[in-house]
Design a protein around this ligand. Structure first.
Ligand code: ADP
Ligand code: MG
Length: 228
């Protein structure tokens, strides 16, 4: 490919010291993701999927190695700069939606935009467009508790991309959903990646859903292995 990767993990190492023992989680993990690509990360529980996503999302520091966001090395940057990059370039979706319960769907998607300085009406316009694109036009004013699990996750996806990040990191986003709903959420994700040239890494245990992404990788002995 001619365009550079938008996210690059280079020889990442991460270990946890627990008393006498050192737990090596990532040991030279390397991965590059290009715009418009969705990468499924499939590995057993405890393999280091969340750790890898947290490091890719600049939420955690690696013990060694480098994380490039749009060709910019990030490990030596000040926390404030890492936070700024995270806010503008990276969106997160977790297994549990973490929506603010007292706010409506549209408000949950407006808030991150307003925190970044966008005016209320522009934030509302964009939130409404995004939620419509994700099939939630009729649910704008529902609170999270008034939405189904799949709808909640689609709102969480809309919120994650509200500030038009270039990278979307999803940590078992459908792990809590029934197969039919998981399917719909995955379709939504795929549609979004295609329409916006996002680069996505999605940790999942669902092989059928993973088969619909551009590429599949796993973590073995602390390294990222291509599954094709
Ligand atoms: P996965 O998401 O693939 O289930 P994780 O990345 O959450 O795996 O965790 C990988 C391993 O690292 C697990 O064995 C977990 O117990 C361990 N681990 C994660 N975070 C910590 C921590 N803060 N301290 C010690 N061990 C941790
Ligand atoms: Mg995990």
């Amino acid at each position: 490919m001619n365009t550079p990767p938008v996210l690059q993990l280079e020889a990442i190492e991460r270990r946890y010291v627990q008393g006498e023992a050192t737990l090596v989680i990532l040991n030279g993990a390397t991965l590059a993701v290009w715009p418009g690509e969705s990468v499924a990360l499939i590995a057993p529980s405890g393999a280091g999927k969340s750790t890898l996503l947290h490091i890719a999302g600049l939420l955690e520091h690696p013990d060694a190695g480098e994380v490039y966001i749009g060709e910019r090395a990030t490990t030596q940057l000040a926390d404030s700069e890492r936070t700024a990059i995270r806010r503008s370039e990276i969106g997160f979706v977790y297994q549990f939606h973490h929506l603010l319960p007292e706010f409506s769907a549209i408000e949950n998607v407006m808030l991150p935009q307003m925190i970044r300085g966008l005016g209320k009406s522009e934030a509302r316009r964009r939130a409404s467009e995004l939620l419509g694109f994700l099939g939630l036009a009729e649910r704008l004013n529902h609170r999270p508790a008034e939405l189904s699990g799949g709808e909640q996750q689609r709102v969480a996806i809309a919120r994650a991309v509200a500030n038009a990040p270039r990278i979307l990191l999803a940590d078992e986003p459908t792990g809590n959903l029934d197969p039919y709903t998981a399917n719909r959420v995955f379709d939504t994700l795929a549609k979004l990646v295609q329409a916006t040239e996002l680069a996505a890494i999605v940790a999942t245990h669902n092989l059928e859903l993973a088969s619909r992404m551009s590429r599949r990788v796993t973590i073995k002995d602390g390294q990222v292995i291509d599954l094709g």
